[in-house]
Design a protein around this ligand. Structure first.
Ligand SMILES: CC(C)(COP(=O)(O)OP(=O)(O)OC[C@H]1O[C@@H](n2cnc3c(N)ncnc32)[C@H](O)[C@@H]1OP(=O)(O)O)[C@@H](O)C(=O)NCCC(=O)NCCS
Length: 157
């Protein structure tokens, strides 16, 4: 568990740190559950700078900072969909994901929604289970021509 973790809204100055975490976490952590080719395609999303800029500008996008280093981030789309949640590969299982989720849930509730939805990778199923989400269904989505298995989770707030 990490004390002195600060959660704040992201700015464009955080772009490089955010995309590095995304790339490294997908390669180091999600690679347990997906093929090498899938991981290459997924992690290449880190290079789509304009998409990340738009996310930071347009979405509720938060980062967790520890000793001036970003160690995780989350963003919400369509009011109540937790669309991305990534923790630095060297800071896994130290409650950072739980804290980001809690702040995201507070934001969603403050916006008047009574439910939170999340697309979960195979890797994060146990995380959402442990936070009382219900698995709605398993699906496959296509990203850059590759198929990815994932689950849709939901929870009443
Ligand atoms: C999913 C993720 C965000 C969780 O962040 P985290 O900071 O490691 O999670 P926490 O430390 O808050 O975990 C809280 C609880 O969730 C459960 N949990 C989290 N990761 C788990 C894992 N890999 N296996 C089993 N249980 C897990 C545990 O119950 C854990 O409590 P414990 O450590 O006391 O046992 C992180 O593992 C991650 O970045 N994964 C890769 C990216 C990803 O797949 N994101 C999901 C959206 S696509």
């Amino acid at each position: 568990m990490i004390k002195d973790l600060e959660i704040r809204e992201a700015t464009l100055e955080d772009l490089t740190e955010i995309t590095s975490i995304f790339r490294d976490t997908v390669r180091a952590i999600n690679s347990r559950d997906y093929s090498e080719k899938q991981i290459d395609v997924w992690s290449s999303g880190a290079d789509d700078t304009e998409i990340w800029e738009n996310r930071i500008n347009d979405l509720y996008f938060i980062v967790a900072e520890f000793k001036n280093e970003i160690v995780g981030f989350a963003h919400i789309t369509k009011g109540c969909n937790l669309d991305g949640l990534y923790v630095h590969k060297n800071y896994q299982r130290r409650t950072i994901g739980s804290k980001l989720l809690r702040i995201a849930e507070s934001h969603i509730m403050a916006e008047g929604y009574e439910v939170i939805n999340a697309d979960s990778s195979i890797t994060s199923v146990d995380f959402f289970d442990s936070h009382y989400f219900e698995q709605i269904k398993k699906q496959k989505k296509s990203y850059k021509g590759k198929g990815f298995a994932y689950s849709i989770f939901s929870k009443e707030l």
